[in-house]
Design a binder for this molecule. Structure first.
Ligand code: 5GP
Ligand code: MG
Length: 190
């Protein structure tokens, strides 16, 4: 097997080493910023895609913090196009008066983060910021909606390191691109 190729033709876009280095630096930057604030901190990982990113990130954070995951579904089943973000769990009341850090795997249209920020306002957090590992579509004015970004990537459908296609590939330790032949007919034609 070619070292750059996973079975089924998945190509490595960002390898484990680069992910680990970037996550450590992101955590340092986040911790410095959080240390400058008064009051409790709650991390809100967006499940399931940010599971691996969150678990690596938090191991670099020394400060006290709470974790309150939410589940959002935007790509149901074997789809690679967003059908609009749908929150599947309530926003936790415990976010009230805390500094919230939303953690997501990837920022594409920005719809997921926009929905979460809007719903969170009702609970009354002290502040809200967002941290994403990957960012697509950099031409969007997204600086306003995402304060911390790991990598800017091309507009390709990616899997691995928590990200799935139809529930698969989350366990890959790298970020990879999916070959066309693995993407369903519905999406290829969309
Ligand atoms: P947005 O709401 O910003 O358009 O999309 C964000 C969500 O869509 C992410 O949390 C992720 O669940 C999903 N998403 C966007 N692009 C990709 C991708 O390339 N691969 C995978 N697996 N999910 C993606
Ligand atoms: Mg997601």
């Amino acid at each position: 097997m070619n070292s750059n190729e996973y079975p089924e033709g998945i190509k490595v876009l960002i390898d484990e080493e680069r992910i680990a280095e970037r996550v450590a630096r992101l955590a340092k930057q986040l911790e410095e910023d959080l240390d400058a604030l008064q009051g409790p901190v709650t991390l809100v990982p967006v499940m399931t895609g940010s599971m691996l990113f969150t678990s690596d990130l938090i191991r670099h954070l020394q400060r006290p913090l709470r974790i309150a995951p939410v589940t959002v579904q935007s790509y149901p089943g074997s789809s690679t196009r967003s059908r609009g973000a749908r929150l599947q769990t309530p926003i936790p009341d415990a976010l009230k008066d805390t500094h919230v850090v939303i953690i997501d795997d990837i920022l594409d249209s920005g719809g997921t983060l926009a929905v979460l920020r809007r719903l969170m306002k009702a609970v009354g957090p002290a502040s809200v910021r967002a941290c994403v590992l990957l960012r697509k579509n950099v031409e969007h004015d997204i600086t306003a909606i995402c304060e911390y970004t790991g990598f800017d990537i091309p507009d390709r459908f990616v899997v691995g390191y928590g990200l799935d296609y139809d529930g698969l590939y989350r366990n890959l330790p790298f970020i990879g691109t999916l070959p066309e032949h693995l993407i369903g007919v519905e999406d290829a034609e969309a």
